[in-house]
Design a protein around this ligand. Structure first.
Ligand SMILES: Nc1nc2c(ncn2[C@@H]2O[C@H](COP(=O)(O)OP(=O)(O)OP(=O)(O)O)[C@@H](O)[C@H]2O)c(=O)[nH]1
Ligand SMILES: [Mg+2]
Length: 258
C-alpha cells in the first residue's frame, strides 16, 4: 500500500459519502491507498454513515474515539492505525480537494529528502468569510514571526508526510496547527504546495475565530518552549579501527599464545 488518507471528523455526517466518492474517483488506478476516517465522538450519524460505506468501499476503514478528544488526537490515532508508510491528511468537510493528492504524492516521490519531508498545502483563493481570513492571516503571521517556521498556512488540512516522521513528533492537543515548526525541530524539510480551497460542503464549523486565536496563543508559547529545548546532538558512530587494523589486533587463539 502506498498511501493512507487520514480524515479526522466530528459531526460531518452529510460530508462523508461525497468525499469518499471524490477520493476514489481521483485515486483509483493511480495509487494503492486506504481511507482511514477517525470519528471523534460524533453525536450525529457520522460513524454509522462511514460504517455503511465500509461495506461498499473496501479501502475504507473507520476508527472511533469513545468520546471527543480533539482534531490532533484523531489525526494521531489515524496515523498510528494507518497501514501505509506515507500519510495524507484531509479535512472531512470537503474544503480540501482530493484532486491535489496525486500532485503531492509525485512531489514526495521526487524529493531527495523524503524521509523527513512534510508537504504542506497552502490554500489558494481562500473561500472562507472575510473575518476568518483575517483571523487566519493574523495567526499565521504572529506564529511565523515567533517560531520562524516560514509557513504561510498551517491551518490547511491537506498535508502529506511519512508516518514515521509524524510519530516522532511531540504529541499534544492542537499540534496539527504546528506541524511545520515541529518537523523543522526534528531537522526535517517543509515544502509548501499551493492547493485548491473550497467552501465547507455541509454542516457547521467546529471552531470559532476567537477560541482558536486564544488557544493558539497559549500553544505558541508551548511550541516556542519545545523549540528551545530541542535535542539535536550531531551524533555519529566512531569507528576507531578500519577492518584491516581490526584484523591486526584480533587476539591469537589461546593455544598459540601459550
Ligand atoms: N476528530 C475531530 N475532528 C475535528 C474536531 N474538530 C474539527 N474536526 C474536523 O477537522 C476538520 C476541520 O474542522 P472545521 O470545522 O472544518 O474547521 P474550519 O475548516 O476551520 O472551519 P469551516 O471553514 O467552517 O469548515 C473537519 O474535518 C472537522 O470535522 C474534533 O474535535 N475532532
Ligand atoms: Mg472546514
Amino acid at each position: 500500500m502506498d498511501l493512507s488518507i487520514v480524515i479526522p471528523v466530528r459531526d460531518e455526517e452529510a460530508n462523508i459519502a461525497p468525499l469518499v466518492n471524490e477520493i476514489c474517483a481521483v485515486l483509483d488506478g493511480v495509487l494503492a491507498y486506504e481511507i482511514l476516517y477517525v470519528d471523534d465522538g460524533s453525536r450525529d450519524g457520522t460513524a454509522a454513515e462511514i460504517a455503511r460505506l465500509c461495506r461498499e468501499v473496501p479501502q475504507l476503514r473507520l476508527l472511533r474515539h469513545e468520546k471527543s478528544c480533539g482534531q490532533s488526537a484523531a489525526i494521531l490515532s489515524g496515523v498510528k492505525g494507518a497501514r501505509a508508510e506515507w500519510i495524507a491528511t484531509l479535512d472531512g468537510d470537503g474544503q480540501n480537494d482530493p484532486a491535489d493528492i496525486p500532485r503531492l504524492w509525485r512531489l514526495a516521490a521526487e524529493a531527495p529528502a523524503s524521509p523527513l519531508l512534510l508537504l504542506a498545502g497552502e490554500r489558494q483563493n481562500r473561500r472562507d468569510r472575510w473575518s476568518k481570513r483575517q483571523a487566519s492571516r493574523l495567526a499565521n503571521s504572529v506564529r511565523r514571526r515567533l517560531l520562524g517556521d516560514g509557513a504561510r498556512d498551517t491551518g490547511c488540512g491537506l498535508k502529506l508526510f511519512p508516518r514515521a516522521l509524524f510519530l516522532a513528533l511531540p504529541a499534544f492537543d492542537h499540534m496539527h496547527r504546528f506541524l511545520p515548526a515541529l518537523v523543522l525541530r526534528e531537522g526535517g524539510v517543509v515544502r509548501q504546495v499551493p492547493v485548491n480551497d473550497r467552501p465547507r460542503r455541509k454542516g457547521i464549523s467546529k471552531y470559532g475565530n476567537f477560541d482558536r486565536l486564544v488557544i493558539g496563543i497559549v500553544d505558541l508559547f508551548g511550541v516556542g518552549w519545545l523549540e528551545r529545548r530541542a535535542l539535536r546532538p550531531a551524533c555519529r558512530e566512531e569507528r576507531p579501527f578500519e577492518e584491516a587494523d581490526a584484523a591486526a589486533v584480533i587476539p591469537l587463539p589461546r593455544r598459540e599464545r601459550l
